[in-house]
Design a protein around this ligand. Sequence first.
Ligand code: DI6
Ligand code: FE
Length: 397
Amino acid sequence: MLLRNATLATMTPDRPYGLIPDGAVVTEGERIVWAGAAADLPERYRTEEALDLGGRLVTPGLIDCHTHIVHGGDRAREFEMRLEGASYEEVARAGGGIVSTVRATRAASEEALLASALPRIDALIAEGVTGIEVKSGYGLDVETELAMLRAARRIAQVRPVRVRTSFLGAHALPPEFADRHDAYIDEVCLPALEAAHAEGLADAVDGFCEGIAFTPDQIARVFDRARGLGLSVKLHAEQLSNLGGARLAASYGALSADHLEYADEGDAAAMAEAGTVAVILPGAFYTLRETRVPPIAAFRAHGVPMAVATDCNPGSSPMTSLLLAMNMSATLFRMTPEECLAGVTRNAARALGMQDAGTIRAGQRADLAVWDVESPAELTYRIGFNPLWKRIFGGRP
Ligand code: DI6
Ligand code: FE
């Protein structure tokens, strides 16, 4: 298939947006076989069946590289309570907070987990998303962690989207292990990781390194096991305080460290050295009404690749719009529109270890988004507006 009369934001790093004003793309099966200026289109492709894009903008299909999109229940009642003045403790005593999602997730079948995730998945797809990362972490027992990952894998069988799964057993401490973090790691988290790996359910291993979750030493034990199984790691780090999570992640050659509001210059240097992507999550910052912004300038100065994601979860980021995450990253964190678009394409692919996605060039998968806009900055600039014109997944419109 020949896509002609297109403005290409190829997102290759050689020039801003990798922009090619009068461009063309040729796909064959699932792959891109040629992309460039229309004037350079090889003779042999000129007779292909052509789709005239009328000058519209083509970007790589968007990638949401950090979500907790599979989960039971919701936390709308808790949202109301907090706005009526209830404290965090009162919410927790009324059965709210992360444990309420754990309870709802344990009570749901794998089928129900899949069914409840699909409307949220569809909202992402409607904005040109072609790749999604999904974490476990609301089961916190072996069976439910596996059920979450199985439901996540099934998304790719029922929707035209690629899915990467992350095992997040070290997300929170379930009530039955109150104050026994190490026992939870030994008796649930590590056995669940082994079982998930044996079933081929985990592409990577994640953790939550925070005062309200797990210490760097506990996370290191999970990462050691991941390394033993040959799995890549990533980490929720420096979201609410600096415990050294980003440096720990970097020391394991992590794909990414995520959140990072409390990261510092030294963390940025360590991440740059390790090639660890900084995943910026403005939805949680916004929802929790945080005030400390991630050190974007330090990441930029050290050359740390930055990705942007929704963190879609029922508590701290009930958001299913990657375009909104781009806008928030610009307005709240001062990322440029080009950094925001690279954050949901090239750098999001890198955060997932997806080497064949995130840019438009020969050899990449033909996962593309066509937008009814004149310039790529418009994707970040507008709020609550979806200019997607067509999505192409594996060469298929
Ligand atoms: N960081 C967060 O903000 C969420 N998880 C995490 O690791 C909170 C998840 C929730 O409240 O359900
Ligand atoms: Fe998260």
